[in-house]
Design a protein around this ligand. Sequence first.
Ligand code: FAD
Length: 512
Amino acid sequence: PKGFGFLRWRGVLTTGRVRSIVIVGGGTAGWMTAAALARVLGPDYADIHLIESDAIGTVGVGEATIPQINVFNRMLGIDENDFVRRTKGSFKLGIEFVDWGGIGQRYFHPFGDYGIDMEGVSFHSYWMRMAKAGEFTDVNDFSLMARAAYDGKFMRPIDAGNSPLSRIAYAFHFDAGLYAAYLRELAETAGARRTEGRIVDIERDGDSGHIAAAKLESGERIEGELFIDCSGFRGLLIGETLGVPYIDWRNFLPCDRAVALPCERLDSLPPYTRSTAHKAGWQWRIPLQHRIGNGHVYCSEYMSDDEAAAILTDNLDGAPLGDPRVIRFTTGHRQRFWEGNCVSIGLSAGFMEPLESTSIWMIQTGIARLLSNFPDKSFAAADRDRYNRLMVEESEFIRDFLVLHYHATTRDDSAFWDYCRNMPIPERLAEKMRVFENSGRTFREHDELFNDTSWFAVMLGQQLPVRAYDPVADLLSFEETHKRLAHIRDAVRNSADYMPAHDAYIAENCAA
Ligand code: FAD
């Protein structure tokens, strides 16, 4: 019919939809995937079957998140208080970085934005203009998340018009083991099946090379059409079976080990993660209701396991619970996240660094992109290629942000920091640093995870030198700018004062 759009079918669809999905691995990645696919697709669309081995277990770390997890929780229909209670979690307003820009310095990378953009110019440009004149020099005064974090305050956002209380951005700390168990319950309720056992062999289809079945130690054989590799660092399907190479990023992100050791909880729970730089890496502190998660991420070329464990043990806020456990990793990612009928999600797909808590986000975005590019049985290259391109881009943007922390530092107290300060960095990051140095401007490129506020917080915090502020910040008069900043600072202060203590908020809403 003329004048109307119409579909021109090309060929006849003979392949049909995927009816069985096998998820290999029951860590955070496996159970997040199972819960999401079961919720969105449901058991009538496809059989969802997860295999995990209790003997192998999970990596057992991964306890800090970013606000995007709220989108995932909403998609699963999670009752947030129940979720925090069951995972013995706490709330997170950002990350404090200690000794990163230089020894003795600290800064806060808050969730949300500083102040509010004015006349189309970013808030931080006005702030720089004022700070250059010696006014309002503490940028934390303009972030409710930073102020509340240091005051030990927390509440969820409320509908309060222009008040910063309407824009509270938060994420969670939780116990990784309890989180997987919680997701398992959701997944099984939504119809996913689970088999416990060790996979000893993977069968492939002779013609297509696709994965056909997983064979367990017990002799059981589990067939599937779509396989999701959530087997952890080993990459049982994507690496060991399909041979997809791993792109090694240790030249940019040289840390390759972590030693983890939980300790007794603090009397009062800080609503933020702390990252403290040491001489060949850094230490995390993640406050939970029943314990503190601690770990020391380091570079084995510059530090032994024993020294790393000793530094961690010497820097705990409470008595240790158990013995230190060393975890080895290689920063980087699979050249192709999706190969044939196998999609890798979680540590099997890659691992950058826990520095900005981005791995659970990579799982989440991997699941969301799988759903929006979901294959039929033809496993068309078009879906796969798009998925792979998006996931590689996502990884590269995050990598650049992480590299910034290591590279832009004044620390010169060890061979490790000397390497980081002088290492070649990706050109896109180098350009971002030049732009900041020239005008204090930061930008969010394309759909990258971290926005201009995050880039600003870290560039400022890491003591990157800056030549001038954004010239357009002269748009408003000095007096007008001063008046507006004073107003915003007061609104942030009043909002932080209004908020309840983080401990009291948990006690009232979600105590374990
Ligand atoms: P795993 O937890 O290793 O699970 C693998 C699963 O595969 C297990 O169930 C295992 O039994 C199964 N399996 C493997 N082989 C077989 C087999 N042959 N047969 C049957 N089953 C098998 N992320 C964050 O977002 N925030 C953080 O703060 C953070 N901190 C981290 C700190 C460190 C030191 C590390 C290493 C990671 C951190 N991460 C963090 C990343 C996070 O831990 C992972 O992204 C997350 O736990 C997902 O892991 P996974 O499910 O891919 O792998």
